[in-house]
Design a protein around this ligand. Structure first.
Ligand code: ATP
Length: 84
């Protein structure tokens, strides 16, 4: 996902709003749930085109680790979607 002036991408069940930041491989957006709770989350959108095989493996490892970690100082991974 490119940064700059691009519109936020679409994601089922959430409304993406402003861009929170950009890293090496991803752009992170503030979003809220369309459910009654209006839960606020950060959505990290990874640009697959920027990834080589090693980067993909690193990212998938990070996702698997984050799924298992619950700590007050580490952000909780709530969901992972790969739209192919
Ligand atoms: N959960 C979050 N809440 C608020 N802002 C966030 C959150 N996660 C990331 N950000 C913002 O988005 C930026 C990019 O995050 P991302 O995880 O893609 O990269 P990074 O870890 O900062 O850098 P790199 O990928 O280069 O190591 C962060 O620097 C931060 O400003």
């Amino acid at each position: 996902m490119a940064g700059g002036g691009c519109a936020p991408p679409r994601l089922d069940g959430f409304v993406l709003t402003e861009r929170l930041g950009t890293g090496t491989y991803a752009t992170v957006y503030k979003a809220y749930s369309k459910r009654d709770t209006r839960e606020v989350v950060a959505v990290k959108c990874v640009s697959k085109r920027s990834l080589n095989r090693a980067s993909v493996e690193n990212l998938l490892t990070e996702i698997e680790i984050l799924k298992t970690i619950r700590h007050p100082h580490i952000v909780e991974l709530k969901d992972f979607q790969d739209p192919i």
